[in-house]
Design a binder for this molecule. Structure first.
Ligand code: CMC
Length: 433
């Protein structure tokens, strides 16, 4: 990053010329530094949804939304999906480097060592209604980790960061699996030391004493790839929530719980569940794809084409391309067809040739094809966003750590443009209209 000699000039009412530093990032993108704008001029900026606001300097993830590029710490997403497993990518995101073979093995063993949940936490799962949404349980369980593993609160936080990070990353899959088991009236299955991260998760989800379950290597590989695709995505809604909560110096578990809540919504990670609901509705009710496209374009109803559009990508989301290819490869390998995928492909084809979608640069995003994969692997629809959260956990952790070690960081606290009433007096209760 360089702070260019070159300045941006802002002319304020009264012809006041304000000079602002131009910062150029490592990829040549320019930004205007407004950190001292209010202090020097009394003005603030207005930017709904922070669409034009760089909230931090970050070296974790790079996106070029015009070219459809996504890189974690400089590595292209496709390269990572092809050549690494989720543990390697988690190591890359959290620690900044890809592990060598022995580091990977040690990391795997360390994660397994910390994969159990405190026995008393199991009672919490049992208290939820059977049909509770998994994301509500996930958020509370992640926040509850700070009660059961309070090292960062009780002792020197710096000394306990590594342990807390490891616990967070590892226990996420155990919590996720236990949520599913509880909802289905199944006994909890403990993690096993000999399994890798994804195998362990699948075993905790699907093993029963009478089904002789062994994680299917094809599914293990697919899950690794899908979790890598979700690993990080710079300052998205949930990551910004993690950073904002972390900026108050709240502990990692509390910050990640905020990320889980932010992810839940259908405009963000909840879109994978919404896509599946949409596709199933189309298939079950034999709805013509053209009708769905037309409905998504109309502004007289809240319906949108779930899994389409993105704040940053104005072309194909590279993750959607990879997930689509994975779907097709899996079906070809199994020599079968899938109605949901068939409808998804038709929707994509129609949308990409429709002026409404072309003019607005709306392309399939990650959530358009991942749900179909999760479905084919046996995950129920309500668990899809939990799987997204599992994949995003190393990214959330990396951003929380980056904030913690960033000397420029401050408490996150945006301003507002006030449009409420002017000062007024309280009318006594008996005189109010
Ligand atoms: N279907 C129909 N119209 C859409 C869609 C869609 N999926 N997405 C955007 N538009 C329209 C929108 O109505 C607006 O139209 P107009 O200019 O006429 O008012 C225009 O496109 C621009 O959209 P926007 O909502 O202002 O753009 P944004 O950057 O604020 O929103 C988005 C991005 C992802 C929230 C939005 O595209 C959307 O709601 N998509 C569907 C939900 C979804 O798939 N979310 C997952 C996002 S990727 C994974 C993740 O981050 O979790």
């Amino acid at each position: 990053m360089t702070v260019e000699k070159q300045k941006a000039h802002l002319i304020l009412p009264g012809d006041k010329d304000v000079q602002l530093d131009v910062i150029t990032d490592n990829m040549g993108n320019n930004s205007i530094d407004i950190e001292r704008l209010r202090a020097n001029t009394g003005y603030i900026t207005y930017d709904p949804g922070f669409a034009n606001t760089g909230s931090c300097l970050s070296s974790i993830c790079y996106i070029d939304g015009e070219k459809g590029i996504l890189r974690y710490r400089g590595y292209d997403i496709e390269d990572l999906v092809e050549n690494c497993d989720f543990i390697e990518v988690a190591h890359l995101l959290v620690k900044g480097v890809l592990p060598n073979a022995s580091e990977r093995k040690n990391y795997q063993m360390l994660l397994n060592k910390h994969s159990m949940l405190h026995y008393n936490m199991q009672n919490f799962f049992r208290s939820y209604p059977q049909d509770a949404h998994p994301m509500s349980i996930l958020a509370s369980m992640v926040a509850s980790l700070s009660a059961f593993y309070p090292e960062m609160e009780e002792r020197d936080p710096e000394e306990n960061i590594d342990l807390t990070v490891t616990r967070m990353l590892s226990k996420m899959r155990t919590i996720a699996a236990f949520i599913y088991r509880q909802a289905n009236g199944l006994q909890f299955v403990d993690p096993r030391w000999e399994y890798m991260y994804c195998e362990n998760f699948l075993n905790m989800m699907f093993y029963t004493p009478v089904n002789n379950y062994h994680p299917n290597p094809v599914h293990v590989d697919l899950l690794n790839k899908l979790l890598i695709l979700h690993g990080d995505h710079e300052q998205n809604c949930s990551t910004s929530a993690v950073r904002l909560v972390g900026s108050s110096e709240a502990n990692l578990y509390a910050s990640v719980a905020a990320g889980v809540c932010a992810l839940w919504g259908p405009k963000h990670g909840g879109a994978n569940q919404a896509v599946m609901a949409m596709l199933k509705n189309i298939v079950d009710n034999d709805i013509p794809v053209d009708d769905v496209i037309e409905k998504a374009k109309r502004k007289d109803n809240p319906f949108v084409l779930s899994g389409f559009g993105h704040r940053v990508y104005k072309t194909f989301d590279p993750r959607a391309k990879i997930a689509k290819k994975m779907n097709l490869t899996m079906l070809n390998a199994e020599h079968r067809e899938d109605k949901l995928l068939e409808v998804a492909l038709k929707l994509e084809e129609k949308a990409l040739t429709d002026d409404y979608f072309i003019e607005r640069h709306l392309y399939p995003n990650i959530d358009f094809y991942t749900g179909i994969m999760f479905h084919m692997m046996g995950f129920p629809q309500q668990m899809f966003t939990v799987l997204f959260a599992m994949g995003r956990t190393p990214g959330w952790i990396a951003h929380w750590l980056e904030w913690r070690h960033d000397i420029h960081q401050k408490l996150g606290r945006p301003r507002q443009v006030y449009v409420g009433p002017m000062e007024r007096k309280v009318v006594p209760l008996d005189q109010r209209p």
